[in-house]
Design a protein around this ligand. Sequence first.
Ligand SMILES: C[S@@+](CC[C@H](N)C(=O)[O-])C[C@H]1O[C@@H](n2cnc3c(N)ncnc32)[C@H](O)[C@@H]1O
Length: 435
Amino acid sequence: MDPYLLGLRLGGRRVVVVGGGGVASRRVPALLDAGADVMVVSPKTAASLEDLAAAGRIRWEARGYRPGDCAGAWLVCACTDDPSVNAAVAAAAEAQRTWCVRADDAGLSAAWTPASGRAGDVRVGVLSADPEHGDPRHSAAIRDAVLDGLRSGALSAPGGYGGAGSPPVRGGVWGGRPPRAGTVAIIGGGPGDPGLITVRGRQLLAEADVVLTDRLAPRSLLDELRDDVEIIDAGKIPYGRAMAQEHINAALVSHARAGRFVARLKGGDPFVFGRGAEEVLACLRAGVPVTVVPGVTSAVGVPASAWVPVTHRGVAQDFHVVSVHVAPGDERSTVNWELLGGSSGTLVLLMAVERIGAVADELLRFGRNRDTPVSVIADGTLPTQRTINSTLEQVESRVAEEGIRPPAIVVVGDVVNIATEITELMRHVTAWETG
Ligand SMILES: C[S@@+](CC[C@H](N)C(=O)[O-])C[C@H]1O[C@@H](n2cnc3c(N)ncnc32)[C@H](O)[C@@H]1O
């Protein structure tokens, strides 16, 4: 017989989870999200459950299962690694007519947990018609496909997917006023690889009527947009830097005032040398509702893509992210190079390639060692990514020899040696795997 699908409203209702291992630690957070009053019975638990118990979010009985534990429960989860205990729990639940999910044996379980997830206001649950023999990965894959479709906007239905906190049903498709009409989303697109935008960023992008994009934004995502979406290349707005920003601000406001949902797609994180806050302020000053979606900043994401950890235990306790759009010594520079030269922390330099010689001189002058390792990573996370490793003393000539051009991130500090070690080990692992 087919299972009967039901949504349980567990707010304030007792759920007893017997077992404290991997299955329990997957189930309990979802039960808490549903507002359940969770009691875990297990002599030992996973660290995450211990933390929840310490924070008072669940009750943890640190002992084995005892008859009577299921009393008062609306739902019971039997997820120990001992089938005889699970059987005893399930029998007790059955006797008191409480639904019980047995993790070890779908065939003996009174209820089944669907592969579930959330996209905006919609909960998706997928259950195989025959969980006893079906492959749970199949249900999970279907769930993921449905969620991906909803999140990217590829799947939508009239009126069914919208409201606060979720992407709207598109007005142009279904009629009516889209919930986000007249608003702006400032979206961090990540360092360039289209897979590194956040889920929310991608959802909102898919719903936009107008997209203002930057040179360093993940432009391949623009291909996925509907044909009627207007794309404005903000990198091509003339008038110089300051004026261009004014024109971008004006465009955001005027398109929103015309009743459109405007996405401003930026590289990295909008608030890290991205002028995102200027755009937020411009919208708010014009009375236009605006939201910001954080992004993976190139300051951290690009070093990681070249295996450089910006911190590493025993090597670097601090990292400093610095814009070098003006050289040290330039009267517009507000950077304390003396402090950076004297520190042993990692330096992550943006917009530095063209001024790398002046930067190296300044750091050496203020105390950094000439052998300090330096990594220069151009086109990070893109198929054209290139990395050169050097030292503070040599880096200027190496950059010139190799013809490194922006965009690039320069990392200064001993963490670069960790990347060398990882790369070396990776070589062996790859050889071992493929050989
Ligand atoms: C105006 S800043 C914007 C930073 C951006 N908001 C962020 O959080 O990544 C531009 C600089 O970011 C760095 N950058 C951005 N994307 C990069 C990438 N894919 N590879 C290397 N550097 C990148 C370069 O230093 C570039 O000159």
